[in-house]
Design a protein around this ligand. Structure first.
Ligand SMILES: [Zn+2]
Length: 200
């Protein structure tokens, strides 16, 4: 096999959820479809690495070419500015957004508290969260971290920080890892979980 094909198969197989068999099929398919198709594919990937940034306020993904510094959630006139949904990663926003249940703002932590790995509040965007809640007059903060030990502990830590500010802090009802939930059935589950949130 030509080294270029081997290299392409290895790069594709390194993507999450793609085994070697699928990687070979994709690589052969790209070669068969010709240079234009491959060019479209590589342009999309280059744009992804060069033009995607995160919102300076909430951490949502923004396009450097089409948006300003703030994202459409922070800037959106139709978003309610008194509820804030707290997620671990930028991608989790889409899982919540797909449900249509949350019309407020977001805040991306960038991970969860993990003292053994040296991840404390200052390594996450928790000081920024407290500051935003204080200045934005948030009435309810919805914690949507993953249902891991660290995710739950992070939720309780956040509740301890925000409740003295007079904010209602809730947690999505059932244990769902948002980043893995992007299809229709899973969106229904998140939707229900948001509606049945519990007080922290
Ligand atoms: Zn934003």
């Amino acid at each position: 096999m030509p080294p270029e094909l081997v290299a392409a198969i290895e790069a594709i197989a390194a993507l999450p959820g793609i085994g070697r068999r699928s990687a070979m099929r994709i690589a052969f398919d790209l070669v068969r479809q010709g240079p234009l198709r491959v060019k479209n594919f590589t342009t999309a990937l280059t744009d992804l690495s060069e033009h995607i940034a995160t919102c300076s306020r909430c951490g949502a993904y923004v396009s450097r070419t089409h948006e300003r510094e703030q994202c459409s959630y922070c800037d959106g006139v139709r978003r309610s500015h008194d509820t804030l949904c707290i997620v671990e990663q930028s991608a989790d926003i889409y899982a919540v957004e797909n449900t249509g249940e949350h019309h407020g703002l977001y805040h991306v932590l960038g991970g969860v508290l993990s003292p053994l790995d040296g991840v404390g509040p200052d390594e996450l965007k928790i000081p920024q969260l407290v500051e935003r809640v204080r200045t934005l007059a948030i009435k309810e903060a919805i914690v949507a971290t993953n249902p891991s030990v660290e995710g739950n502990a992070t939720g309780h830590y956040i509740a301890d920080q925000l409740k003295p500010l007079g904010v209602r802090v809730t947690r999505i009802a059932t244990g769902l890892a948002l980043g893995q939930m992007l299809d229709y059935a899973e969106t229904q589950a998140i939707s229900q979980s948001l509606r049945q949130r519990v007080e922290l």
